[in-house]
Design a protein around this ligand. Structure first.
Ligand code: SF4
Length: 119
């Protein structure tokens, strides 16, 4: 059995959480002050999720790169595939903050949304 210590980022308390694992599976969580910590620890070890923030190519808009992010956290395992999609996208029309430019990217349930308006 392996033991790892992580910091819960679900709230400002920042509990240090001990996680006992067998292989990639969590078998025991300790040190969390509330149930959100256990849920966070299991997700962080077994299927870590992240909001992906990056840029996409822009053309004819006065900027070369347009900032974007996923509309929700996606599995870290999906990030390489999502980045391949992002590298294939070029925005060449005016867009508004929060506008979706790719729906349900790679079946993750998250959209790619722009984080800057350009005319
Ligand atoms: S375990 Fe609960 S109290 Fe501790 S940091 Fe996470 S959310 Fe906050």
């Amino acid at each position: 059995m392996n033991t790892k210590t992580i910091t819960c980022i679900e709230c400002p308390v920042g509990c240090r959480i001990g996680v006992d694992m067998e292989g990639c599976r969590v078998v025991k969580v300790s040190g969390n002050k509330c149930p959100k910590g256990e849920k966070y620890a299991i997700s962080e070890i077994e299927n870590p999720m992240r909001v992906l923030t990056t840029t996409v190519a822009a053309e004819g808009l006065g900027i070369r790169r347009l900032p974007i992010r996923t509309s929700a956290p996606i599995s870290k395992a999906n990030i390489p595939e999502v980045m391949r999609v992002i590298r294939s996208v070029k925005v060449s029309r005016p867009v508004r903050v929060g506008e979706s430019i790719v729906k349900n990217v790679c079946g993750t349930g998250a959209d790619i949304v722009v984080t800057r308006s350009v005319d």
